[in-house]
Write a protein that binds this ligand. Structure first.
Ligand SMILES: C[S@@+](CC[C@H](N)C(=O)[O-])C[C@H]1O[C@@H](n2cnc3c(N)ncnc32)[C@H](O)[C@@H]1O
Length: 357
């Protein structure tokens, strides 16, 4: 082989490898997002860095994130910043699930979603609510599995656009609808849903009773609601500084006004009028660790971080995306430690019924 051919071959291999590394490898579920089009959601690219700093300023005055009127803006900013990175690095379902030996993460995720809708006893054609729907990964799995019509609500307009595009692409737009709104004041009629669920979303409500009461209002009497809640467990000891650091780290890296202890969840459900049908922490063994996926993703994180840094430096990704990526990595470590110590669960399941009377 002469030197020109050798040079061309090497350039082709290196170029092809780089292209695959940047545009293909690492992008989530069926290439929903690639590194080349990471954005700040609805935030214009020049303002991503400012918004990231503004996000942290919410924590300088902890009281701010506890006030109902401040929460939508705070959560909306957070999801503008993280939605693309979540889709790219994790997938279209923004939640955890127990690992299942022999199953991929994607399959384990789908099974966790189907478990939720199976609990609701809904029939094809029923209308169910997804409170805090993200970009609709769970909604699509649930609609495909149950043939129910799913209406999702999210505070973040960018997620609405992403969810609608994914629904269409999956051929599920006749079963799935998405609206932009606050689940503390939903634009739905009283008694209008045959069931409701929320997956790792109501943890964003400053007062759980407010979102539960609103979900209760829109459900038909006799229908069921299931939620996977983020909670601290009985192993959490507020006197232990390591425990406190882990929980604060989880709250700050996930736009949470404050994690609740799991004993509070059924009490709050009863307070708004629900009958509690079942409670179960789905993270408890024999369930396999939900946080394994975070640990195994560390190498992918470093690869992605190099990529995001280079893309930002080249001016392809907006300034600030590197900081957001870094924040999510640090948060992943707090979440893993929350799982390892058993002080935190992101899947405390509560199943409730709205009484007939
Ligand atoms: C961790 S994501 C989970 C999304 C989805 N359930 C999933 O599993 O893919 C939390 C979701 O709750 C939504 N959310 C948080 N606070 C909200 C609010 N006040 N009103 C409506 N949606 C809200 C966010 O916009 C986001 O879509």
């Amino acid at each position: 082989m002469d030197s020109v051919t050798l040079l061309c071959t090497i350039s082709l291999i290196v170029g092809g490898g780089l292209y695959y590394f940047i545009c293909g490898y690492g992008s989530a579920e069926r290439k929903g997002k690639s590194a080349m089009d990471l954005s700040g959601g609805s935030i214009s690219r020049e303002k991503v860095e400012d918004n990231y700093n503004q996000y942290w300023s919410f924590f300088k005055k902890p009281k701010e994130i506890e006030k109902k009127e401040d929460v939508p803006a705070f959560v909306d900013t957070f999801y503008n910043l993280v939605t693309d990175i979540y889709e790219w690095g994790w997938g279209q379902s923004f939640h955890f699930s127990p690992s299942i030996p022999g199953k991929s993460d994607k399959e384990a995720t789908r099974i966790h979603e189907e478990v939720a809708v199976d609990l609701l006893n809904v029939k094809p054609g029923d209308k169910i609510l997804d409170a805090g729907c993200g970009v609709g990964g769970p909604m699509r799995a649930i609609a495909a599995h149950s043939k129910a019509n799913v209406v999702g609500i999210t505070i973040n307009e960018y997620q609405v656009d992403r969810a609608k595009a994914h629904n269409k692409k999956a051929g599920l737009d006749s079963l799935c609808d998405v609206v932009c709104g606050n689940f503390l004041e939903m634009p739905f009629e009283d008694n209008s849903f045959d069931g409701a669920y929320s997956i790792e979303a109501t943890c964003h409500a400053p007062k759980l009773e407010e979102v539960y009461a609103e979900i209760y209002r829109v459900m038909k009497p006799g229908s069921l609601y299931v939620s996977y809640e983020w909670v601290t467990t009985n192993k959490y000891n507020g006197e232990n500084s390591e425990h406190r650091d882990i929980i604060i780290g989880i709250e700050r890296g996930n736009a949470l006004p404050g994690l609740r202890h799991y004993d509070q969840i059924p009490e709050i459900a009863k307070k708004v009028g629900f009958e509690v049908v079942q409670i179960k922490d789905l993270a408890i063994p024999p369930a396999k660790p939900w946080w394994d996926r975070l640990k195994m993703g560390r190498i992918a994180y470093w690869r992605n971080h190099v990529l995001v840094t280079v893309l930002t430096w080249l001016g392809i990704a907006p300034k600030g995306v590197v900081d957001v990526h870094e924040m999510l990595f640090v948060t992943a470590d707090f979440l893993s430690r929350g799982g390892d110590t058993g002080i935190f669960s992101p899947m405390y399941m509560i199943l409730c019924r709205k009484p007939i009377k």
